[in-house]
Ligand binder design. Sequence first.
Ligand code: ZN
Length: 459
Amino acid sequence: MPEAPDGPEVSLVLRSTRVITPEGVRAASVAVADGRIAAVLPYGAGVPAAARLVDVGDDALLPGLVDTHVHVNDPGRTEWEGFASATRAAAAGGITTLVDMPLNSLPPTTTVGSLRVKQEVAREQAYIDTGFWGGAVPGNARELRPLHEAGVFGFKCFLSPSGVEEFPELDPAALETALTEIASFDGLLIVHAEDPGHLAAAPQQHGPRYADFLASRPRAAENEAIALLIALARRLRARVHVLHLSSGDALPMIAAAQREGVRLSVETCPHFLTLTAEEVPDGATEFKCCPPIREQANQDALWQALADGVIESVVSDHSPCTTDLKTPDFLDAWGGISSLQLGLPAVWTAARARGHSLADVARWMSTGPARLAGLTGKGAIEAGRDADFAVLAPEETFTVDPAALHHRNRVTAYAGRTLHGVVRSSWQRGRQITDDGCTTDDGRTTDHRTGRLIERNAV
Ligand SMILES: [Zn+2]
């Protein structure tokens, strides 16, 4: 096996007949040295005497997934989720890097001081690499540059009420102030895009009927907010990212803005791609999220936009709560869908039915989110990147049993569904993540957790 004369020694070779590389799917042996991918070699390449060989056979080797949209809620609402449970669930779902949202924890991540509090809480608990978004709220524009310099990946804001009082939305004037400041250091603004005027004008009908809830969060609210963001991003030449796009109606203007050169990127979520409004039972508020799951025809438009490259990432928006907050009244219930552990099989199940490949799924769920966050060491199986992997049995099926989830609260919209794609294992920097910690170079298990705190441009 070729090896740079001065390079670190290869300690692990992972072999699969289906390695998902940027150039396509092929049989290969992936050599790992010092936690990084040293080389992607032919399948039958020799293994150095000192290295451990792990042959996963026909299971697929994917780059570890990167989930840039996770609400860990720790500290402050730790009963909703926490860094240990969230990162364990993520690893069980093939995710090896997550970026935590700035709200639903207490404190919210709107100052450097609160970022430090969250980092300290996460440090000893994280099974996988963990980074942080900052928050842009009314009155904290002067905190944004210090947060940027402290390593947050960008800033989240809302244009309509967030659902928690400690994280208020920005009105158009405050949005412009924040984005002007963020553009001054070429930072990134990520936005929950629903227009408050359209939401206020929509009928607000209490009760268990999903159709009433859907009518309360119309597509027009998303479309209007996105139009505002496009205009502002164009004028300020700023980087703006639309979070959890649900409305397919907004796609033509997004595509046009991208063609024109506006610095606009878009994500969507597993639930928008795999669940439909038509199938939500009355009172089933585990399906509630904002913006909402829409109709089948809308879902088809989102898939087309993924195929066209207009939407470049698929991330969970894992936003759990305690079960008592999922009341049967759709207006009152907490909005959020938990899917850290299930996103990969859910998306793969729908993707394969639509004729997409595992390479597509890896591009949407690893490469795209890594690029959004500027994580140049993640997102692909190629030499020089971190040795982060997900091993997936793509043809194998399982039925979702909430009891098998590592989420702190085992409420899921996917309960009882049969999905394709069993995650066999997840690896970080060449170590297999286990229930307690990880494996060592010689394959023993330890209680050491591989997760590190990651910062913008530092990995
Ligand atoms: Zn969210």
